[in-house]
Design a protein around this ligand. Structure first.
Ligand code: ADP
Ligand code: MG
Length: 461
């Protein structure tokens, strides 16, 4: 058996779940593991085009997933199958130069940190590349503030720790890397450690095994900025928590900056000791909310520009409307379209985009019935299901009813008259009015917008 074949299979399996069947078959299926040695995993791709594509689009994710399977892997190299490189190169038909995305070799994608403890940083995860919108403005501003304070000659610590939290794929890791890049560029002398919580645990356990716990502590306690990603994974492991807690306190006492991310707020992090939980809440906790349509569109525009591809506005709007789960999926969709354009050398249309993204779209748009919507909305607003069809006009029942109508229009294929009938035989103009009213509120009332977004997600998951 080749080294690491079992774990590679699992890594691929996870990535396949994330990127979908089509992308998996196009880009990932033909990779194989050459070796895993000294923390470096070497993958072989059949062609240099494929190698470059995987390096640009999937390398950091592959590495991250691999680390979850085997924390000893900390670098990834992609090579072209030697049997293929010596053969005469087939002339591939590719797109116009202006449409070809920049392909960078893996070495420029993942830059090794100078300190050996820190994990590599993704070059694309900078502040310049981060699109700011309502859902992430607080987190972004706080991250900037920390980055600037940390890089300034008079080192101050605005809030300690900065705790960034939010759902998967909403930009937490991106912001952390952005802080690290900023500090590294502006103040190269500052010692920055960025680590996933898993890697932190791994380092700690290794230090215990090799009796180098003292070095480990020294190493951590001499940093200017310590960033630990995804601390929800620390929960439960007692000795690591203990060590984390002490490191944390030592750093705070010395006025060193700490940044933490998690998928939940400090208060909701289960499995964490009480004293740790309360410590984490001492600084500033900034949450990243689910994306809005505007933010998704902004991100698409920015990513397409970075990749040097031009997509019709219609296609972008379509993607921003349909792919709502998280930014990572949105990027996945864009990558797939880019690849298609590059391979086929033809501009993409709304129809071809729909075709290409069938699986992603389906996953983002589970069939929902009006009954389900009514039930969920009634439950959410704590009113009786019967109020969905009743004639009562009090705001307390009328607003939820309008929300349900709006969601019925958004999430099902039903026409306005059909929806009206389902809501106690109301007229289609009533449904139309409800949709307008809700849209208006979505634009003006953030809390309400989050409520509706939450309902939408629940209904679609
Ligand atoms: P998280 O750590 O919250 O799970 P990531 O930071 O890994 O999410 O983000 C997932 C992907 O989405 C990354 O490729 C990241 O660059 C991108 N992304 C998320 N939010 C934004 C944003 N506001 N602007 C640009 N890219 C974003
Ligand atoms: Mg992350």
């Amino acid at each position: 058996m080749r080294p690491g074949v079992g774990e590679w299979g699992r890594v691929l399996g996870h990535l396949k779940d994330e990127v979908g069947e089509t992308a998996y078959r196009s880009w990932l299926q033909s990779l194989r593991v050459e070796s895993i040695d000294n923390g470096e995993a070497v993958l072989v791709a059949p062609t240099s085009f494929l190698r470059n594509w995987v390096a640009t689009h999937y390398a950091s994710r592959l590495l991250a997933l691999w680390r979850l399977e085997n924390p000893a892997v900390d670098r990834l190299s992609l090579i072209v199958d030697p049997q293929v490189t010596t053969a005469p190169r087939a002339k591939a038909r590719i797109a116009e130069p202006s449409e070809v995305p920049a392909i960078s070799p893996i070495s420029s994608e993942l830059a090794e940190d100078k300190g050996n403890l820190s994990a590599p940083l993704d070059r694309r995860f900078t502040f310049e590349n981060f699109v700011v919108g309502k859902p992430n403005e607080l987190a972004h501003a706080a991250a900037r503030r920390v980055a600037e304070a940390c890089a300034s000659p008079v080192h101050t610590v605005p809030f300690n720790p900065l705790f960034l939290w939010g759902g998967v794929g909403l930009g937490k890791t991106h912001l952390m890397h952005a802080i690290a890049w900023h500090v590294r560029r502006q103040a190269p002398g500052r010692k920055v450690i960025y680590l996933s919580a898993e890697k932190f645990m791994y380092q700690f356990i290794r230090a215990l095994r090799f009796r180098s716990t003292i070095d480990f502590k020294e190493e951590f306690r001499s940093v200017d900025l310590l960033m630990i990603d995804d601390v929800q994974f620390i929960s439960g492991k007692d000795s690591t928590q203990e060590e984390f807690f002490h490191t944390f306190n030592a750093l705070v006492d010395q006025n060193r900056q700490i940044v933490i991310t998690a998928d939940k707020s400090p208060a909701d992090l289960s499995g964490l000791e009480e004293r740790m939980r309360s410590r984490l809440g001492w600084g500033l906790a900034a949450d990243i909310h689910p994306t809005t349509y505007e933010l998704r569109l902004g991100i698409l525009q920015s990513k397409a520009e970075q990749a040097g591809v031009r997509l019709p506005q219609k296609v972008m709007e379509f993607l921003a409307h349909k792919i709502v789960s998280n930014v990572r999926e949105l990027e996945g969709a864009l990558n797939r379209i880019t690849a298609q354009m590059q391979l086929v050398g033809r501009a993409i249309t709304l129809e071809s985009a729909q075709d290409l993204l069938q699986d992603l779209l389906r996953a983002n748009e589970r069939r929902v019935t009006i009954d389900e919507i009514q039930k969920q909305v009634a439950e959410h607003f704590n009113i009786k299901m019967a109020e969905m069809t009743s004639a009562r006009r009090a705001r307390i029942v009328a607003r939820p009813r309008q929300v349900a109508m709006y969601l019925a229009k958004q999430l099902t294929q039903r026409s306005l008259p059909e929806i009206g009938r389902k809501f106690g035989g109301r007229d289609h103009t009533t449904v139309m009015h409800a949709c307008r009213k809700i849209e208006e509120l979505l634009g003006s009332d953030r809390a309400f917008g989050e409520d509706v977004e939450l309902l939408r997600r629940m209904l679609q998951s």
